[in-house]
Design a protein around this ligand. Structure first.
Ligand code: PEP
Ligand code: MG
Length: 324
């Protein structure tokens, strides 16, 4: 395969003018961890905790989760591991959780909505495991993010849960620490309100799989609307730009962990849009690292402003082709 021709770079990479872009891997099963390290990822930008809940008939307990989070961070000598709290519902069912029958599951009770609702007890167990893991030897490198947030209120309520659990652990005399805390930006609401979210979080991670589906009202994975739901649509680029711009000048860093981040043809554009971190399936890490190291940020900024002025996806695609 062509990707085997690209050298693995185990160290962080910079653009030609010295801007470091973190290139991380997405982990969606236990077996993704090895390849992430072998392919030279700087860390994990999306640890999908759903897999811990699959292929079994009851949820993993606190200790099992603690072990999984510690194992993930210990797999890397350095670098961040961003653990996403349970994101089920929509396209992510878990049989024993008895999800409701909804006409539009993608617009229903999924992600953080379940954690703040019917899955509150599961959420509490997960938070306990995360706060304990954050206090382990390498735990300071663990970050936590919430999926499918659409209101600042959801973020605040989730944060309160973390603080309440920290109080419980303190009372019980159990070692714990508060990890770096962020949200996924994968609803148009979160992108529009990014300036209101930014002061409350350490980072954003843009989930373009869901963001594209919701911005374009085109179901992810549905072939019939695949062209509409494509991340090259100018409306999707504008949602990304709105998010990055809202965080600009604050302490909030911005990453991306949807499929778009792993497309090496888009790396220059994403650097130009101002992303600090890109996280993808391990297989494309070497190509994206190579692409970052060939990018000049001034050229990238020019490309991004041109793409943001495009009228159509075809125009964006043409711009990308010209700059390859
Ligand atoms: C996304 O929506 O872009 C994302 C990374 O999360 P998932 O694909 O797990 O929904
Ligand atoms: Mg998502």
């Amino acid at each position: 395969a062509a990707d085997d021709d690209v050298a693995v770079r185990p160290d962080p990479v910079t653009t030609t003018d010295g801007v470091e872009i973190e290139v991380a891997a997405n982990v969606g099963t236990r077996s993704d961890l090895g390849p992430a390290v072998e392919r030279g990822a700087d860390g994990i930008g999306l640890f999908r905790t759903e897999f811990l809940f699959l292929d079994r008939d009851s949820p993993p307990n606190e200790d099992e989760q603690f072990d999984a989070y510690v194992e993930a961070v210990e797999a890397f000598d350095s670098g961040r591991v961003v653990v996403r709290t349970l994101d089920i519902g929509g396209d992510k069912p878990v049989p024993y959780l008895d999800l409701p029958d909804e006409e539009n599951p993608f617009l229903g009770e999924r992600g953080i909505r379940r954690s703040l609702g019917p899955d509150a007890t599961l959420f509490e167990t997960q938070i306990r495991a995360l706060l304990r893991a954050a206090a382990s030897a390498d735990g300071a490198r663990i970050s936590v993010m919430l999926p499918l947030v659409s209101t600042v209120d959801e973020l605040k309520r989730a944060r309160e849960r973390f603080e309440a659990v920290a109080d419980d652990l303190a009372e019980e005399g159990i070692d714990h620490a508060m990890p770096e805390f962020g949200i996924m930006v994968e609803t148009p609401a979160a992108a529009f309100m990014a300036d209101q979210f930014a002061p409350h979080v350490d980072f954003f991670s843009i989930g373009t799989n869901d963001l594209a589906q919701y911005v374009m009202a085109a179901e992810r994975g549905n072939e019939r609307v695949a062209d509409l739901g494509d991340y090259r649509q100018p409306a999707v680029l504008r949602a990304i730009d709105a998010t990055v711009s809202a965080a600009d000048g604050t302490d909030c860093w911005v990453g991306m962990c949807g499929e778009m981040a792993g497309d090496p043809n888009l790396t220059e554009l994403l650097v130009g849009l101002g992303l600090d971190e890109l996280s993808m399936s391990a297989v494309t890490v070497p190509q994206v690292k190579a692409a970052v190291s060939e990018t000049d940020t001034d050229d990238a900024t020019t490309l991004a402003s041109q793409a943001l002025q495009a009228e159509t996806k075809a125009e964006v695609t043409e711009l990308l082709r010209e700059t390859q």
